[in-house]
Ligand binder design. Sequence first.
Ligand SMILES: *Cc1c(COP(=O)(O)O)cnc(C)c1O
Length: 440
Amino acid sequence: MNYEFLKNEDPDVYRTIAGEQKREAEGLELIPSENYVSPAVQEALGSIFTNKYAEGFPGKRYYGGQRFTDEVESLAIERAKELFHCDHANVQPLSGAPANWGVFAAWLEPGDTVLGMDLSHGGHLTHGAPVTFAAKIFNFVRYKMKDVETGEIDYDELRELALKHKPKIILAGFSAYPREYDYAKFAEIANEVGAVAMADMAHIAGLIVAGVAKNPFDYGFHVMTTTTHKTLRGPRGGMILSRGEVSSPLKAPAKTIENLPTLIDRAVFPGMQGGPHMHQIAATAVCLAEAATPEFRSYARQILVNAKTLADALMAGGAKLVTNGTDNHLMLVDCMRSWGLDGKVVEELLDSVGITLNKNAVPDDVNPPFRPSGIRLGTPACTTRGMKEVEMEKIAELILQTVKIAEGAPREALKERSGELKKVHSDVKALCARFPIPSM
Ligand SMILES: *Cc1c(COP(=O)(O)O)cnc(C)c1O
């Protein structure tokens, strides 16, 4: 994009975009929830569909002029259903958090219980962190890993909690868990207690559609939420996918599992949202078509190969990883155990050399959330740039070098070592220069 109008009309905003463009191009992006969209996705997102109000659903709108909005939303819906092996897709949630709210609003009454993954064991904020509004309305109970060395979930505890608390939803999903779930066990327990089995696959949707991670729908799950902007590599957005057909979205149906698609549509609109973001939905349709290609499948495979290579190289260099490795696109380093440094210090240190990742709690972290013990990193973004195993080994080396510079040195002493940090930073820039970002 060349931004010729913006440059003239609003140089202040243009400067921020140009700055961000340079930052993304010159830096190594290791935040596992980030990615780079294709030029086609970016064009659709920047399209004139942003001008249009389209409250309602295809064929059932509250405003006129819907020929093309209906067409584009139907494209997104059909593509999503085919890719995720389900019968119904609501592509209107504005992002991942509203998608989860959509399911809560469709199925729960205030005071109902949700059984979700413990946050320090990898669960997401929207799964009932005490600071969320959802936590004021619903009752969240947590399950954990049985063994942090292997990462296996404690399914016995999960079942006991389910029998004891009678949750209306059992929620499988994570933003910081490097292993696969046993979805069949989740679904079995949900069925035993009459709960909806809900999967929040925000992080790994791209891996699922590429067939390199399991699809919860293949193991009896009732509903799945996801973002569209993480491994799926689309615009920022969310979707709710489910089994079964919409009956009549105009009448309030009974709360049965068969009625979930109808309940979900009504919860999203008019329950929670107003007009859908049609430009975002158009871009979602584009990313879903891209995700159905053989190129995308090799991309997803490479994400995993890269993550394993990076994890192995970090561990070979002395880093201690939560669950001792990874089966997906992300990993957690316990920085306290590895280097005696907390996650915030390591995040800032790596930021100073152009390596972006985030501090993160480790299971049952004794450190506070703003200064947790670990960092979380992943490979979706750098794999989109075309980086492979050799580059992953280089990245591990750059991370370990940077940490070594700080290890044992008091903060004040880091200034004296700024020369060494500058050298690493120029190596980072040189690596990035060889792998341009697709939409620039
Ligand atoms: C990222 C994420 C979300 C929230 O998505 P937003 O688009 O940031 O609202 C929800 N659930 C999980 C598991 C996530 O990883």
